[in-house]
Design a protein around this ligand. Sequence first.
Ligand SMILES: C[S@@+](CC[C@H](N)C(=O)[O-])C[C@H]1O[C@@H](n2cnc3c(N)ncnc32)[C@H](O)[C@@H]1O
Length: 430
Amino acid sequence: MSAQLRALAAEICYQVIDQGKSLSEALPKGQQKLPFAPDKALLQEICFGVMRQLPQLETVCQQLMDKPLIKQLRPLQFLIYVGIYQLKFLRIPDHAAISETVEAARLLKGQNLTKLINAVLRNVQRKPELFDFCQASSAVQFNHPGWLINELQQAYPEQWQTIFTANQQKAPLWLRVNQQQISPDAYLKALDEAGIAASQPFAYLPVAIKLEQACDITTLPGYAEGWFSVQDAAAQHAAFFLAPQASERVLDACSAPGGKTCHLLELAPALQLTALDRDATRLQRVTENLERLKLSARVVAADVLDTASWWQGELFDRILLDVPCSATGVIRRHPDIRWLRKKTDIAPLTVLQQQILQCAWQLLKPGGTLLYATCSVLPAENSEQLQQFLAQQSDASLLSLPELGVNSWQILPGEQDMDGFFYALLHKAA
Ligand SMILES: C[S@@+](CC[C@H](N)C(=O)[O-])C[C@H]1O[C@@H](n2cnc3c(N)ncnc32)[C@H](O)[C@@H]1O
């Protein structure tokens, strides 16, 4: 089992890095092959760890191998990273980490490489100096691609190192209490009675509850009853900022998988809410989440830009635009993003974001509000996007964000233990 787990980890890392699959796609398929929960958790821990440390693992290998393994042997190269990661970062006894990794090589048809793998891992065990990266490039020191380091150095001359450090941390487990089912205070009490330590860090956002320790959410009080959802506190600010009222007409234009859709309805269940997304598969999750939380909305699979195909002709009071973005704010939760996202992805994304913003603006009532949101830390997708929009749209102005009193908010990863996010609230002249 343990060798199988290592072989699965190597295959998953290979699929992500060499074949461009996301971890959220590849990892669950691997986990399905493991019957026991602790093994599933260890598989995740190893895959996340290799993504987080990849440049350093590669650098160590460069010092110990003549050349990296190529072509059909690539999964075995990732197996070596898996082995090194265990030796350096996990509390698995060295002899077990080495023998299971060598055994995994056989499962990956690498019988001829077992000696090499054994030798590399024993060298790692003996030579701690291999992990001295003081003289290495910043890409290796900070375990992120060079283009992203350059972007963030420019955008945040004072904070860029803190961002990369935060991206290497495990994200905390945040819950959003479904206030239609239970009050935040009553839920905190239920957690306390179950012996689960939790806090309520935002006085103005009492539904946001942070657990001291990660756990299996299905074991938390009220899981089956829909008392809570898992959602980072940064994302929980969206519904709070948009502040929907009673039976208003609201559009959530990029809604899947529905975290913010459900929160809007938890605040105001009588809303006439249209939850749109162009990805019908992801949209299925919106329907499931609505059902679990006993909420309802008009769920539509359509491209927001193709208004003729879905818009019924009535303007909206409020619009949430949680636009597709680089997701550079959520790297600590999705450590593969730093390798999957390329510098060349950013310009097309900003074009799409501007198109969505322009299109949605036409669907907003005069006097209405629109919340622009991304989980990005790149100014091109955030502040610069807003500047461009405001320069063209004379009936648009920025509103100050409730409780914060600022016109826009760039949350950096790790700030108040949150994901990186951007918010700006726009008002349309009446
Ligand atoms: C950041 S995610 C939304 C997350 C969601 N708001 C939540 O809180 O669960 C962006 C979504 O935009 C959708 N999307 C991208 N382009 C779109 C378009 N032109 N029209 C509608 N949806 C689009 C994607 O399929 C994706 O689900």
